[in-house]
Design a protein around this ligand. Structure first.
Ligand code: NG6
Ligand code: CA
Length: 514
């Protein structure tokens, strides 16, 4: 054989192996072999009817686009009508009401989820994901002694499965009004330590009660303690001047942090729990959104939330990650108008119905308390533009991701989670057989897939007992509705269907006793 022949063969082999390599690292190949990135966009107090695609009057083009490109659910539920228990259940796979002390957490609560607990981020970590949480936490920080704002804040997100954390420790309306990144308050000057009290006034910052003239947004109920950034909060806070946030910058700050997290060099897929402050009170949108909707501050923060979604999707597109990223968009509980500040939410509501056709709202045992927007977009797997009536619950994320990723999970701890993967990706239109939802004061209701909903008798007040003018759904008599046929819960069927009710009562008891 001639030399030329050998050289030719060699070149051919080199060429072959090069082209082979190229295929192995091409985008297409990545798609076929890599698990999806997962981005959970968890909004705060966004009602079932607050998204245009669900019937809302305030434009939400970017959220609507998620639905146009993904799957929109009409029967999806948060587990509770308030924030802390909903988040607890989504992250642990256990309904929050199984133990006491998991209601709305004060801003100085110690960690509600301890390191020995099974969690959604731990499942993802074990499956080879890098995990992050950005945004509102509201699940407590620190051990039994509570958070040490001037030291290391642990246990917290990093101890329960997150590799990275950048959070509002509790809520925007609670002190301390500072961000926490990993274990520390961001920008804290050690010479000016933070002091927090939920009982007595600390330090000499003015309060909203004494100095309403210093406020840019007046309080209506509660929220009249320490003033920070022209807004009085729940709780008293001294020190930490250099670390104080500006509410107007929340949305941009979180988008920037998400961008850094998502674009980080890594061989691993990412799991990002992105918990927006919007549209919780105080509703202080960035100046560029203020006055843009005609619906007042509540409308403006919906516009800002929509912008946030648009920015995240744009980022994924730019990074070539859109196709194989699964976005789950939802809310922690239903809508409220006046939740403690005079922001004209009620006066400017016009024909917009945050609760859609449902009854009640945040805090309520009626449907608007927990039935929430829920959209899943994952172009590589889910065909866009479809609607699913499957009954899904946020408590099922643990079981669903564990199932899909082939991970074992601690079912002794995550007792309430189920593998709802087929429903989440649109392959099962039925979903859960039934679910429990938690309203104010841990009152429980039970809903069946066929629409029957039991609200057991209780002696709670029939209206939320402070400012928000919302029906709690409580009554001294048992109530039974069919929320499929009667989403507004207008016809009590308890007298007409005693058998259904008895059966549902015993099912609820069985779930409680689990
Ligand atoms: C309530 C607050 C309300 C809100 C809620 C928690 C008062 C009078 N009201 O106690 O403004 O902060 O707690 O909302 O203080 S949640 O969405 O985080 O659950
Ligand atoms: Ca909430």
């Amino acid at each position: 054989m001639s030399k030329i022949y050998y050289v030719g063969l060699l070149l051919l082999l080199i060429g072959f192996s090069c082209s082979n390599k190229k295929t192995a690292t091409s985008g297409e190949e990545k798609l076929a072999t890599k698990e999806p990135n997962v981005l959970v966009i968890y909004t705060d107090d966004l009602g079932y009817g607050d998204v245009a695609r669900y019937g809302g009057q305030i434009p939400t083009p970017n959220i609507d686009e998620l639905a146009a490109d993904g799957l929109l659910f009409t029967n999806a539920y948060a587990t509770a009508a308030t924030c802390t228990p909903s988040r607890y259940a989504m992250l642990t796979g256990e309904y929050a009401w199984r133990a006491k002390g998991r209601g709305v957490a004060p801003g100085d609560a110690s960690a509600l989820i301890r390191p020995d607990r099974e969690t959604l981020p731990s499942v993802m970590q074990r499956a080879g994901y890098r995990t992050g949480v950005i945004g509102k936490w509201h699940l407590g920080l620190g051990g039994d002694e509570g958070p040490d704002w001037n030291g290391a804040l642990k246990p917290g997100p990093l101890e329960i499965g997150f590799d990275y954390s950048f959070i509002i420790p509790a809520t925007g309306d609670r002190v301390p009004t500072v961000f926490v990144e990993d274990h520390h308050v961001v920008g804290l000057d050690p010479e000016d330590p933070i002091e927090v009290s939920y009982r007595d006034k600390v330090g000499d910052r003015p309060t909203g009660k004494e100095h309403p003239e210093q406020l840019k947004m007046m309080w209506s109920h509660g929220h009249n303690h320490t003033i920070v950034n022209g807004v009085s909060r729940i709780g008293y806070m001294a020190g930490g001047e250099a670390a104080l946030w500006r509410d107007e910058d929340f949305a941009q700050t979180f988008v920037d942090k998400a961008s850094r997290f998502i674009t980080q060099e890594s061989d691993k897929p990412f799991f990002l729990y992105f918990a927006t402050h919007d549209i919780h009170v105080p509703r202080i949108a960035h100046e560029k959104f203020q006055g843009t909707t005609g619906f007042g501050p509540r409308g403006d923060v919906i516009a800002q939330l929509d912008w946030t979604v648009g920015e995240l999707v744009k980022l994924l597109k730019e990074e070539g990650l859109e196709e194989n990223t699964m976005i789950i968009f939802s809310s922690d509980n239903g809508p409220v108008l006046d939740d403690g500040y005079e922001d004209k939410a009620r006066e400017l509501i016009s024909n917009h119905k945050p609760w859609g056709a449902l009854r009640g709202g945040k805090y309520s045992a009626f449907e608007a308390g927990t039935r929430v927007p829920f959209i899943v977009k994952w172009p590589a797997k889910i065909e866009g533009g479809k609607t699913s009536d499957a009954m899904v619950s946020q408590v099922d994320l643990v079981g669903s991701f564990a199932g899909y990723l082939g991970q074992e999970y601690n079912a002794q701890q995550a007792v309430d989670t189920q593998n709802a993967w087929p429903a989440l990706v649109g392959e099962d239109n039925e979903g859960r057989e039934g679910l429990v939802q938690e309203a104010l004061f841990s009152n429980l209701t039970y809903i069946r897939r066929d629409g029957y909903k039991l609200i057991p008798a209780n002696n709670g007040p029939d209206m939320v007992p402070w400012g928000p003018i919302i029906e709690t759904g409580f009554s001294e008599e048992d109530q039974l509705y069919n929320v499929k046929e009667d989403p507004g819960e207008t016809k009590d069927l308890s007298a007409a269907s005693p058998k259904v009710m008895a059966e549902m009562k015993s099912t609820l008891q069985r779930i409680k006793d689990k």
